[in-house]
Design a protein around this ligand. Sequence first.
Ligand SMILES: Nc1nc2c(c(=O)[nH]1)N[C@H]1C(S)=C(S)[C@@H](COP(=O)(O)OP(=O)(O)OC[C@H]3O[C@@H](n4cnc5c(=O)[nH]c(N)nc54)[C@H](O)[C@@H]3O)O[C@H]1N2
Ligand SMILES: Nc1nc2c(c(=O)[nH]1)N[C@H]1C(S)=C(S)[C@@H](COP(=O)(O)OP(=O)(O)OC[C@H]3O[C@@H](n4cnc5c(=O)[nH]c(N)nc54)[C@H](O)[C@@H]3O)O[C@H]1N2
Ligand code: SF4
Ligand SMILES: [Mo]
Length: 651
Amino acid sequence: MAANGQMISTFCRICEAYCGINVEVADNRVLRIQPDKDNPLTWRDFCPKGRTAAELIDHPRRLRVPLRRVGDRYVEASWDEAVDEIADVLRRLVDTHGPDSIGIYQGNPTGFNSGAVLFGGAFARALGTTNVFGVGSVDQNALHVVCREMYGVWLLPLLPDVDACRYFLLLGMNPAHTTFGWIGSIPDGWKRALATRRHGGKIVVVDPRRTPTAEDADLHLAIRPGQDWAFLLGLVKVILDNGWERPSSAGVQMSGLDELRAVCGEVDLADLADRCGIERDRIITVATEFAGAETAVCVAHTGVAQNITGTRSLAEMADEITTPGPGQVRALILHAGNPVISGPEGQRLDAALTELELLVSIDLFQRVSSRHADWLLPDAHFLEREDVLLNRSSLEERPFVQFGQQAVQPPEGVRENWEFWLDLAIAMDLPFMSRTPLDAEAKAARVRARAERRPELGMHPAAVQRRLLARSPISYDDIRAHPHGWCYAERTFGHFAEYVSTPDGAVRLAPEAFTVELRRVLAAAPPCPPASHPYTLIARRHRESMNGWLNEVPGLHRRTRRNSLEIGREDAAREGLSDGDTVAVVSTTGARIELPVVVSDALAVGVVVSEHGWGSGILDPAGGGSPSPTGPTVMCSRPAPRSTRCRRCRR
Ligand SMILES: Nc1nc2c(c(=O)[nH]1)N[C@H]1C(S)=C(S)[C@@H](COP(=O)(O)OP(=O)(O)OC[C@H]3O[C@@H](n4cnc5c(=O)[nH]c(N)nc54)[C@H](O)[C@@H]3O)O[C@H]1N2
Ligand SMILES: Nc1nc2c(c(=O)[nH]1)N[C@H]1C(S)=C(S)[C@@H](COP(=O)(O)OP(=O)(O)OC[C@H]3O[C@@H](n4cnc5c(=O)[nH]c(N)nc54)[C@H](O)[C@@H]3O)O[C@H]1N2
Ligand code: SF4
Ligand SMILES: [Mo]
C-alpha cells in the first residue's frame, strides 16, 4: 500500500513492450505511475509514455458520451440510440448489398485490448464481411507473406536469443527508441544486445539514417532505402559461393537450396553493391563475420517491411469504398486507428470516406480520420480496463501472461468497445460467438447488465477467456493470482521444426513467388528517383510519441514539438538550405507539406526524413474549436487531408 493511495499492479498497453507498472490511485484518480519492479519480465523498458499515460484520461477533448452528427455539428446521444441507428443502417446495407458492404478498420491499439480482439473479431465473423482492414496490413503484411511462403503458416514469430547471440545484423529498426519489439517482444532487448559486447558480441545496424541505435552499434551501414533485398542477397551469395552454409542442428528440413544457389549464380556482387549503396568489400566482410560467428541473428523490422518492396493492402481501402459493384464498402467502422494519417495515400482515403453512407469511429478522441464520422463513440482507456492478452505468451521470449488490472473506473457515459460490439450483434440478430443468434437468456442477461451497470452479468470477455482456457494447463484464476505477471513455464529451445507447416515439413529456401519477383527486379535497371522528385523520404519515430498519437500530451512534451524535414549536409548546401528554413515537400502522388529544415550529418545523399504519424491533432467535436496543434504548425506527413472539404458536412 502506498502512502497516499492504493497501488494497482498492471501493465502498460501503449506499445509492444507491455511494461509492468504500478499505478497509485485515490478517489478514482491516478496519482502516479511507476515501473513495477516485481514484474518478472518487462518493467525495464518503462518510458515517459507509460509514466504520463493517465494524462489522456482527463484530456479536455476526450469523448465522454456518444456523439451523433447533425448537419455540421455533433450532438450527444444515448448508447441505445447509437446502437439502434447504426444497426438499422447496417441491416439495410447487408440486406441490399450483402455483408461485404460493411468495412471494419482495426488500428494498432486494438491489439492491446482483449475485449476488442475477442468481441470485435467475433462481430466481424458474425457479420461475414471480408472487408476487414487492419493496421497489420501496413506494418507486418510482408512478414506474413514470408511466413506463409517459407514455413507454410501465416505467422511464425522467431525471437532472437539475444543474450547468447554474438553477431547482430539489424535492419530497419531503431530499438534504442522503440524497444526491441515489433510483432514479438524482447524485454530490455537493446541493452541486453549491447551487453553481449562484453563477451565478444558485435552489432551491425543497416539503416539509411544514422539513428541513435546506429550510433551505439559497432558498424552502421547506410543502405539505400528499399534496397535491403540486394544487400541480403549479396550476403547469401558470398556464403553459398564459399560453402559456408551450415546444416541446421535442430532437425529442421530445408528445400530449395539448389534453386537458391542457381539464383545466386546469376547475380553479380558488384551490381548488388551498386543497388544497395553498400560497398562490395563491406558485403563480403559482413558475410564472412556472420557466417563465422559462433551465434548470429539477422532481424529486419518495419523499415524493411514497409519500404517500396513491402505489401500494403490498406492501400486498397479507398478503392474498396469508391469502386461501384459487388463488395463495395458503403459503411465503415474505424476502431482505434487513424488510417488517413498512418496509411498510404491519406488524401485519397480522406476523400473516399466522404462517400460512405455511414462512418462510425470508436476512439478516445475525434481524429483526422474521423472528421467526417456520423457517430463518434467513446472507449475506455487502458487504465480503465481489465485485459488478459492470451496470444502474448507466444510472442514473448518466455511463456508469460499477465492479468491487466483495471486501475480506475471510466467516466459515466463511456462503455468499453466490446459492449458496443455485443449490443450491435444483438440488435442485428447476428450469430455472435457461434450462437445462432444469441438466445433469449443471453439477451436478457445483457439487458440486466446494462441496467445495473454491471457488464460482468452478461456475456463478458473474461467469461469467454475462462472457456478458452478450460482445457489449458493454466486457468484464468491462476493468471489473476499473479498481479505482477506470471512466467508460467521455463524457456525451452529446439521447437522450430514442429511448427513448420509446409506439405513436406521443410522450410522453403527459395519459394517460387520470391524467385520470380527477384528475377524480375534484377532484370530491370536499379530504380532511380525522377529528376522532378530527386529525394527519397523515409519516416522516423519519436521516443515520446506512439505512432500518430501522444504528440499532444503536455507532460510528455514539455516544449511544443514540431515535425521537421531532416536533410543531409551535402544536399542542404546544394539546395541552399539552413536550419530553420521552411521547405515545401512535394511527393509524386501530389501530396504537399511545409516543414522546417534540420540539417543533419546522419543522412546519406538523396535521403530525407520526417516523422511518421504527424498531424493527427485532436479535433473538438463538442466545442467546435480548431484541432489541437501538435506543434506550432499542424501538418500531416501524408497528403494534407484538411485541405479537402467534405462534400457532406462542408468542413
Ligand atoms: N517510442 C515509440 N515506440 C514505438 C512506436 C512509436 O511510435 N514510438 N511504435 C511501435 C510500433 S507500432 C512498432 S511497429 C515498432 C516499430 O519499431 P521499429 O521497427 O524499430 O521502427 P522505427 O523506429 O520506425 O525504425 C525503422 C527504421 O527503419 C529505417 N528505414 C527506413 N527505410 C528503410 C529501408 O529501406 N531499409 C532499412 N534497412 N531501413 C529503413 C528508418 O530510418 C528507421 O530508423 O515500434 C513500436 N514502439
Ligand atoms: N510512413 C509510415 N507510415 C506508417 C509507419 C511508418 O513507420 N512510416 N508505421 C506503421 C505502423 S508500424 C503502425 S502500427 C501504424 C499505426 O496506424 P494506426 O493504428 O492507424 O494509427 P495510430 O496513430 O496508432 O492511431 C491510434 C488511434 O487509437 C486511439 N486510441 C488509443 N488508445 C485507444 C483505446 O484504448 N481505445 C480506442 N478506441 N482508441 C484508442 C488513438 O487516439 C488514435 O486515434 O502506422 C503505420 N504507418
Ligand atoms: S509505452 Fe513505454 S512504458 Fe508503455 S509499454 Fe511501451 S516502453 Fe513500456
Ligand atoms: Mo506497428
